[in-house]
Design a protein around this ligand. Structure first.
Ligand code: PSU
Ligand code: MN
Length: 304
C-alpha cells in the first residue's frame, strides 16, 4: 500500500513484520489514557505487548502524536502517553480533526480499527468494546465502535462489550448491522468482568484457526466490515455477574445523576467501578486484556 501521503508512521518492527507478511496485532490506546489509572495503564500496555510477542506476533499499539498516526510505540512514548494530560479520546468522528490540528489523541476501538486498516493490520485486541448504553431510550448513547464494525474489516478480540452497557441491545444492534459476533470456546456472550452475560452468543468457534478461516471467507465474499471475537475472561480472574451487577446499577445511576454524558460516560463508569470494587475490577480488566492479546496473536498467526 502507498502510505506516503497518509499521516501514518509505522515503527521499524511493525513495518518489517508487515513487509514480511508476519503476524501483527493492533492495540488501542484509549484504554491507556481513559480506561485505567497510572501506573497500571502503562504497566498493562507493556504486559499486553509482551503477551503478543510471546505468542509469536508483533504488537502495534496505535496512538496519535502531534497530528500523526503512530502504529507501534516505543517504550518512552508509551510511558508519556500514560501520564499526558492533553490527549483527545479519538473515535471516527474526531480522527481527521485530531490529525489536521496536530493534536495528541488516543484511539478508541473505532479509531484503532480505522488506523489498523490503513496500516494493513487485520487483527486487534482490546478489553471490552463500546456498545449500547443502559438508558439509551433517553440518552441515544450508542458507541461509534458498533457502526465501525459494520464498515471496517478488522477482527477485534474482546471480552464482549463492557458489562456497564445494555448487552441485549448491543447484540441486537450488531445483528442489524450484519456484524458476526463469535464466542471463543463459549456459547454465552461474555460480559467483560464476568464470563457470561446470560445471553447466547450468535456464533461459536473453538480454535483460532476456525476464526481465521471465517475471516478469510469474509474476504473471499468481499463482505465489508469487521468481526467481534468474544473471549471470556479466564475463570480464575472473573467477577461473577451476581457479585458485580448491583455495583454496575449503582455506578450507572450515579453517572446519570451527575449528568455525565458523551465521551465522558465510559471513563467515568470504569473509574467508579474501580472504587466500588476496591480495585478488583481493574485486576480483572488487566487479566482479560492479556488473554485477548494472546488469542489475537494466535488468530493473526493463523492468518499470516
Ligand atoms: N476496553 C477496556 N477499557 C476501555 C476501552 C475498552 O477494557 O477503556 C475503551 C475503548 O477504547 C472503547 C471505548 O472504544 O472504551 C468505548 O468508549 P465509548 O463508550 O465512549 O464509545
Ligand atoms: Mn457514547
Amino acid at each position: 500500500m502507498n502510505t506516503t501521503s497518509l499521516p501514518l508512521i509505522l515503527s521499524p518492527a511493525v513495518r518489517d513484520a508487515l513487509d514480511k507478511k508476519q503476524a501483527v496485532v493492533a492495540l488501542e490506546s484509549t484504554i491507556i489514557t481513559h480506561g485505567m489509572p497510572w501506573p497500571d495503564n502503562v504497566n498493562t500496555a507493556r504486559l499486553v505487548e509482551d503477551a503478543v510477542r510471546a505468542e509469536g506476533a508483533v504488537p502495534a499499539t496505535i496512538a496519535i502524536i502531534e497530528g500523526k498516526i503512530h502504529v507501534g510505540l516505543d517504550d518512552k512514548t508509551l510511558e508519556w502517553l500514560g501520564t499526558a494530560k492533553d490527549v483527545m479520546k479519538v473515535s471516527r468522528a474526531d480522527l481527521a480533526f485530531a490529525l489536521s490540528a496536530g493534536r495528541h489523541g488516543s484511539t478508541t476501538v473505532a479509531a484503532t480499527m480505522i488506523c489498523a486498516h490503513l496500516a494493513g493490520i487485520s487483527v486487534f485486541a482490546t478489553g471490552g468494546i463500546g456498545g449500547v448504553h443502559r438508558g439509551v431510550e433517553e440518552t441515544m448513547d450508542i458507541s461509534a465502535d458498533l457502526t465501525e464494525f459494520a464498515r471496517t474489516p478488522v477482527a477485534v478480540v474482546c471480552a464482549g462489550a463492557k458489562a456497564l452497557l445494555d448487552l441485549r441491545r448491543t447484540l441486537e444492534f450488531l445483528e442489524t448491522q450484519g456484524v458476526p459476533v463469535v464466542g471463543y470456546k463459549t456459547s454465552d456472550f461474555p460480559a467483560f468482568w464476568s464470563r457470561s452475560s446470560g445471553l447466547p452468543v450468535p456464533l461459536r468457534a473453538d480454535s483460532a484457526a476456525d476464526i481465521a478461516a471465517m475471516i478469510s471467507m469474509r474476504r473471499t465474499l468481499r463482505l465489508e466490515g469487521g468481526v467481534v471475537v468474544a473471549n471470556p475472561v479466564p475463570e480464575q480472574d472473573e467477577i461473577p455477574q451476581a457479585e458485580i451487577e448491583a455495583l454496575i446499577t449503582r455506578a450507572v445511576g450515579e453517572a446519570l445523576e451527575a449528568g455525565i454524558s458523551g465521551k465522558a460516560v465510559t471513563p467515568y463508569l470504569l473509574s467508579r467501578m474501580l472504587e466500588l470494587t476496591d480495585g478488583r475490577s481493574l485486576r480483572t480488566n488487566v487479566a482479560l486484556v492479556l488473554s485477548n492479546a494472546r488469542l489475537a496473536a494466535q488468530i493473526a498467526r493463523a492468518l499470516a
